[in-house]
Design a binder for this molecule. Structure first.
Ligand code: MSP
Length: 531
């Protein structure tokens, strides 16, 4: 029985290029949150998609001899193909060039006009096609170039529609101040409050004479709805706002639980989007999770530097059959909300240390001992605690396992993905220490069979907890661990997880034991990757 609905979204990516590690970072994190909340038995609805309109697409398509729609179709597919490869299990993928989206955006625009929140105004401004927005002096460097894109914006003089953002300024500030967990991490809230101080009404349309690839304003076909109002609306058009048959049954009381976005687009989500929702009398999302940026070898990823990495290349270079190592590394590469870095060396070191050595070896050597000393069999008496020292230590491991699951939930309450993973590694460290301290190989040699059995059994129970805990990050490793423990149901909910669940009888034999994760510098895993 599901407890509650949990609606989460990612930013929708521009399709003027192929997906890179930065896009992947966000989608993987959101997928991890979705999987974690499914483990809590929430009824999760996960939305992702692509942002397809705007001058950049129009220009790139023209330069490539394609229609904008053809370019979008081609590039959107490279995004969905990549997400499939990375095991991103969204419920819906919205494309803003779809007719379902366009129709609803037109209705939203009309509603805002009728409400008196949109008005026409003649305007001269500096437009950055990288940001797809008008810039103010604060967005420019000393040479008059965009701070993010380093390019001079175009001077544009147009008659556009404007949205009365200023009308909602106080209400937004109040909301941010009264809901300290609206913007996460919390350290970003002040940045938004400062931006809010200086906001003006915003342009929400462009003249068709300058941009053609977009959604027509219903009653004024000479105007195209500006990309941000089009893009932000995806979060409600995708689930059927203002339609007879919403895509998911919890639309009626629409409220996103968490919207995952990069720090660069926090302003749009923490100011523009709440204002639009308020104007439509809709509830605001409960949380906005603003993540940092991923650099490559400590440099900003950019086409001109030539350091843009496609996720599928990493999987190919390392001959990785599953995305688990990449998912694990990327999602834990940055502290909460801060920037992270990808480098081949860090990738190899981290996954080797955590997945191969810490977790993988623990399972491997324990199963091997179970086969060697007990013919791979678990007996009911292994499960009982006595008054001896080993039993006391084993009981502590059981307590630590429950503690780890509680700590995970606490971290995920605030979407602290890196910090939650650290709890799993910490627990695996404790279990490794337990094995080293109790030395089951010595106990076997000394014929202390009961104690030896208790140690091995405790470790294998702990492995089951580790498998379930790591599932959101590494779903294939979870499956592999559980299979080797003769636990075949791989979709564990936290409520199903019980100490003592391991089956009795022969759970494994020598030929069935295999590493759940191969070290990346081992022959099998390195593939053609050098060094
Ligand atoms: N289309 C807009 C978002 C509209 S949401 C209604 C956009 N697209 S984007 O393709 O430029 O970026 C999509 C997401 O990827 C954003 O959240 C952005 O922060 C994130 N990233 C893009 N490059 C990134 C890194 N190098 N590292 C981490 N995330 C980055 O903005």
């Amino acid at each position: 029985m599901s407890e509650k609905n949990f609606y989460l979204t990612t930013a929708i990516d521009y399709v003027n290029g192929a997906p890179h590690i930065g896009h992947a970072y966000e989608k993987i994190m959101t997928d991890i949150i979705a999987k974690h909340y499914s483990q809590r038995q929430d009824n999760v609805y996960f939305l992702s998609g692509t942002d397809e309109h705007g001058i950049k697409i129009q220009k790139t398509a023209a330069a490539n001899g394609l229609t904008p729609q053809e370019l979008c179709d081609k590039n959107a597919k490279s995004f969905t193909d990549t997400w499939e490869l990375l095991g991103i299990d969204y419920n819906k993928f919205i494309r803003t060039s779809s007719s379902e989206h366009k129709k609803i955006v037109q209705k939203i625009f009309k509603k805002l006009v009728e409400k008196g929140d949109i008005y026409k105004h003649s305007y001269t401004g500096l437009y950055c096609s990288g940001c797809e927005c008008f810039l103010t002096s604060k967005d420019l460097d000393e040479n008059g170039c965009c701070l993010i894109h380093g390019k001079k914006p175009d001077e544009v003089k147009e008659e556009n529609y404007f949205f009365k953002l200023t009308k909602y300024k106080d209400a937004i500030a109040k909301h941010i101040k009264e809901n300290s967990d609206f913007i996460l991490p919390q350290f970003r809230a002040n940045e938004v409050l400062n931006q809010l101080e200086n906001i003006e009404d915003i342009s929400v349309s462009r003249a068709k004479s300058s941009v053609q690839w977009g959604i027509d304003v219903l009653d004024d076909p000479e105007q195209i709805i500006y990309v941000w109002i089009d893009a932000l609306s995806n979060y409600i058009t995708a689930i059927g706002y203002d339609t007879e048959n919403p895509a998911c049954d919890f639309y009626k009381n629409w409220e996103a639980d968490v919207q995952v976005i990069g720090k660069d687009i926090l302003k749009f989500h923490a100011i523009y989007w709440p204002a639009i929702l308020m104007a439509l009398d809709l509830p605001l999302p409960k949380h906005l999770l603003a993540h940092g940026w991923i650099t490559i070898d400590q440099s900003k990823m950019s086409k001109s530097t030539g350091n843009v990495i496609a996720p599928k290349e990493v999987l190919k270079d390392y001959n990785l059959e599953t995305p688990d190592a990449f998912r694990y590394f990327l999602s834990t590469s940055a502290p909460y909300g801060k920037d992270g870095n990808y480098s081949d060396v860090e990738f190899k070191e981290k996954v080797n240390a955590d997945l191969a050595n810490n977790i993988g070896n623990l399972l491997n050597r324990t199963l091997n001992m179970l086969v060697k000393y007990f013919d791979g069999e678990i007996k009911s008496e292994f499960k009982a605690y006595g008054d001896d020292e080993i039993s006391k230590k084993a009981k502590n491991i059981e307590n630590d396992a429950h503690f780890m699951i509680d700590a995970l939930k606490d971290k995920f309450d605030m979407f602290q993905i890196t910090e939650a993973a650290a709890e799993i590694v910490k627990f695996a460290d404790i279990v490794n220490k337990f094995v080293n301290d109790t030395a089951p190989w010595t106990l076997a040699k000394e014929e202390k069979t009961d104690e030896c059995a208790k140690v091995l059994y405790t470790v294998l129970e702990a492995m089951h907890y580790i498998a379930v805990a790591i599932y959101p990050y590494c779903p294939n490793i979870e499956k592999d661990i559980n299979e080797q423990l003769s636990l075949n149901d791989s979709s564990y909910k936290f409520s199903d997880l019980k100490w003592g669940d391991l089956p009795e009888g022969v759970i494994t034999e020598k030929s069935k034991i295999k590493p759940v994760f191969l070290r990346l510098d081992s022959e099998l895993a390195t593939g053609k990757k050098k060094g």
